[in-house]
Design a protein around this ligand. Structure first.
Ligand code: COA
Ligand code: ZN
Length: 304
């Protein structure tokens, strides 16, 4: 692609402590999570999704959300956010002192139902009240739209379905929409097609792209996003991740791999790759497994 068309800078939203850890069965102690989060901030990440106020039975790994949120580090310039599925989740987020929440629904009915036990319209009604209350409390709100390309239950998802849900979340008061490829099935042509439909309606600075790397297409999809002028991308340290409600979904785009490719393209991320690798290594150790990130592996070998 033409380097003259690239942005100077990109914002990475680090979702490792939430999307990354939520699917891991090995319990990770709260203090290990907090050290991970502090180290991610020290590596230069300025947007960190720290935990999730969903039902602890739905995501046992994040049952310590209130404890994590209450002990987040004082990190100037860093915004910590947390997932909130409903009113009860917002109560817990407020109690824990979180200032930015992320609500989440889907572009396909079956996934919304399996993930949050609501139809899409029910979820939008729920979020209308949640967003209003959050904003009155001075919080800011991100909106996720899951299954924007392929649903694990319904197959291909139409761009019109994505546009309807994304548009509604913005109307309700979300300031950013994370267009999410929950099962990592999209290719760059899909990204191009969907953004061609969304961007005439939704300002590009309000769009973030959230890719999983199940089929190895995540970096290519980021490039398609850059070509369309998107400058916010989600990623997960180590390539951790997956959704227990999305069969076949595997890890997120690895933050290390995203930082490498962006910096190599001359796009500033503000993130130190060495420090990022150091942040992730203790999580790999607790999980007792090698994580998918290629650059984490490369840096870990180099450090041996
Ligand atoms: N946190 C803690 N407890 C909650 C809660 C929350 N956010 N929301 C509801 N509950 C409790 C209620 O208080 C109620 O408790 P009770 O039985 O003791 O009265 C019980 O859960 C059932 O409440 P209900 O509103 O009927 O929830 P539900 O069973 O329909 O579940 C969700 C809805 C959204 C809470 C649940 O599906 C969920 O947490 N999903 C998240 C899935 C996820 O995180 N996926 C990965 C991210 S993409
Ligand atoms: Zn995800």
């Amino acid at each position: 692609m033409n380097p003259a068309l690239l942005p100077e800078r990109v914002t990475i939203v680090e979702v490792g402590p939430r999307d990354g850890l939520q699917n891991e069965r090995t319990p990770i102690p709260t203090n290990v999570k907090l050290n991970f989060i502090s180290a991610l901030a020290a590596a230069g990440l300025t947007q960190i999704e720290a935990t999730s106020f969903v039902h602890p039975r739905a995501i046992p790994q994040l049952a310590d959300a209130v404890d994590v949120a209450r002990s987040l580090p004082a990190a100037p310039g860093v915004t910590f956010s947390a997932l909130v599925p409903n009113d009860k989740g917002l109560d817990r987020a407020i109690e824990a002192g979180i200032r930015r929440i992320a609500v989440f629904t889907a572009a396909s009915e079956t996934f919304a139902r399996k993930n949050i036990n609501m139809s899409i319209d029910e979820s939008l009604t729920t979020f209308a009240a949640v967003i209003q209350r959050a904003r009155s409390a001075g919080m800011t709100v991100r909106g996720y739209v899951s299954t924007c390309f392929v649903c694990p239950f319904e197959g291909e998802v139409s761009g019109d379905a994505v546009l309807r849900v994304a548009g509604r979340l913005l109307e309700l008061g979300a300031d950013q929409i994370a267009i999410s490829d929950t099962i990592g099935a999209a290719a760059p042509t899909d990204v191009h097609r969907l953004l061609s439909l969304l961007l005439p309606v939704i300002p590009r600075e309000r769009v973030a792209l959230h890719f999983h790397d199940t089929y190895g297409t995540a970096v290519a999809n980021v490039v398609a996003g850059l070509e369309a002028g998107i400058t916010t991308f989600d990623a997960s340290a180590g390539g951790l991740g997956g959704c227990p409600y999305a069969p076949g979904a595997s890890g997120n785009l690895a933050t290390e791999d995203l930082v490498y490719v962006l910096e190599r393209m001359g796009i500033a991320t503000g993130v130190s790759l060495q420090r990022l690798a150091a942040a992730t290594q203790p999580i790999a150790a607790v999980l007792g497994q090698e994580l998918p990130s290629r650059n984490l592996r490369r840096l870990s070998v180099a450090a041996c």
